[in-house]
Design a protein around this ligand. Structure first.
Ligand code: PLP
Length: 486
């Protein structure tokens, strides 16, 4: 499998690169992304013969992609799914309502779906760096879930250092504790006085700083990225859609070959892109249904063909991992449907004019694969309460945004994705259930008592673990701290 660039080639970078090159150096010409030149096809016999075991299934699928990673390394990376709650079933698919199955992607070490991709990806990236004798720095600005999952996967791995910046006071207690209690000599976690935008801007300033670039050069450190535009994450996010389909067939919900819908709570569109690629490869998917919160820019794109950042500002919601206006992976769908020169044009419009508009034909093409809707925080709270009390199924606010689309498509068979465990967003859930505002620890206990659900060890122990990273600084101090760390 080779990778080309979503905005075309600038004549300086190579015209195509291998998988390992695309994941070590993920930035492509003109600010574009690496995209697979071709996807393998899933034929009927191949699908029917896939092993039931998740790791074995994943291995067979990854071999189909023909990437330049040898069997033993892939197998070692996939062993990380053994750290999930049930190594024999790391990704449970649960029947929750009539024609509604929920695939729980959160059974990994940090209790959110980022582990699905970051666990094996981190292992592979570090192994490639070590083999080449190169050192890499991963910079992450996080609003909550990416930070813990990135730290967890790279902790004590060779040839990789991670610096992670989070907005102090801008994450939940659980998310903050997951980061500041993570020990590992190669990790630096810094809280900044400011919000997520300030954290991202601090990173941008750092990247533009000559002192920083000079230090990287002197120390021979390369920069890479572990955010969801790295194809090394996307590839692992194709696999569980195929698993979900085979599971609902196995459960007798549909006959093999019948189409289902996938409902994806979306932010940066990595999860949804994985679903799109699976559909293109031949998985029987009717529609990919994109669920959002009040930051409903994806709904507008899919319903109206317009991606418009003008007059929009980020709204803080109870599903913060979806509080996003620039959804990076949409670009890969644009490339796939409309080609590199049109993608470059659209992305340029977005940058220069603050919006882009698809033609009616382009919009029709998008709507062949996607539909979308969004839920307000009130709707989310109502849905959490309805499912917890009437259907005996507890989910987090991100997952709750999928239910509106399920209700619209309830005559079809649907798989919705649960992207975080309830424990990561306990205050919002307790408020939905009781109207009362509590902090994380008290909310966890209250929910556990009321609904008889168990707080997993990984979460409970956070509140007594020693804090290793207590640094909170003004955003101007970030550079100094990171240079000292390097
Ligand atoms: C990251 C995240 C999302 C959004 O996923 P994308 O792949 O960025 O669209 C949704 N829910 C949770 C809990 C997340 O952590």
């Amino acid at each position: 499998m080779v990778f080309v660039e979503s905005r075309g080639n600038d004549g300086v970078k190579p015209k195509s690169v291998s998988f390992s090159e695309a994941i070590l150096h993920p930035s492509a010409s003109f600010g574009g992304l690496y995209v697979p030149k071709e996807l393998p096809k899933l034929d009927r016999d191949f699908l029917l013969q896939l092993p039931k075991n998740y790791k074995e299934m994943a291995f067979r699928l990854l071999r189909l992609f023909d990437i330049d990673i040898e069997d033993s390394l892939l197998q070692e990376a996939l062993e990380l799914y053994d750290k999930f709650d049930d190594p024999n079933n790391p990704v449970p698919v649960v029947e929750v309502d009539s024609n509604l199955y929920i695939t729980e992607l959160y059974h990994g070490p940090t209790r959110a779906f980022k582990d699905m991709a970051l666990q094996p990806f981190g292992y592979i990236l570090s192994a490639l760096a070590k083999r080449r004798g190169e050192n890499y720095l991963i910079l992450a600005a996080t609003s909550g879930d990416t930070g813990p999952a990135t730290l967890e996967t790279f902790k004590n791995r060779p040839n990789i250092k991670v610096a992670c910046i989070y907005p102090a006071g801008g994450t939940s207690d659980v998310q903050r504790l997951q980061m500041v209690t993570e020990d590992g000599k190669n990790l630096k976690v810094i809280g900044i006085k400011g919000d997520f935008d300030d954290a991202q801007n601090a990173l941008k300033n750092l990247l533009a700083s000559s002192a920083f670039q000079e230090t990287l050069r002197k120390k021979d450190i390369h920069l890479s990225a572990a955010n969801s535009v790295n194809f090394g994450r996307i590839i692992f996010q194709i696999l569980y859609h195929i698993h979900s389909y085979l599971e609902v067939v196995q459960k007798g919900a549909v006959a093999f070959g019948e189409e289902i819908n996938l409902i994806v709570p979306s932010g940066n569109f990595g999860n949804a892109l994985g679903a799109y690629y699976a559909k293109k490869m031949g998985l029987p998917i009717r529609k990919i249904l994109i669920a959002s919160n009040a930051n409903n820019i994806l709904t507008e794109l899919i319903k109206k063909g317009r991606y418009d950042l003008r007059d929009k500002s980020l709204v803080k919601t109870t599903s913060p991992a979806m509080d996003i206006l620039k959804s990076s992976n949409v670009e890969r769908v644009l490339y796939d449907k409309f080609g590199a020169s049109r993608t470059r044009e659209l992305m340029q419009d977005l940058q220069e004019k603050g919006y882009y508009e698809l033609t009616p034909q382009e919009l029709a093409s998008l709507q062949e694969d996607f539909d979308a809707d969004f839920s307000s925080d009130e709707e989310v709270a109502h849905t959490i309460k309805e499912y917890a009390l009437d259907k005996n199924y507890l989910f987090d606010p991100h997952t709750a945004t999928t239910i509106k689309l399920y209700k619209k498509y309830a005559q079809d068979c649907n798989v919705a994705y649960s992207t975080a465990e309830w424990t990561k967003f306990a205050p919002a859930i307790w408020k939905a259930l009781s109207g009362e505002e509590l902090r994380d620890l008290e909310a966890l206990q209250a929910i556990s008592q009321k609904l008889g659900v168990v707080i997993p060890q990984k979460i409970a122990e956070l509140f007594t673990k020693p804090i290793v990273h207590d640094l909170v600084v003004e955003k101007e101090k970030i550079e100094e701290e990171i240079l000292a760390f390097l």
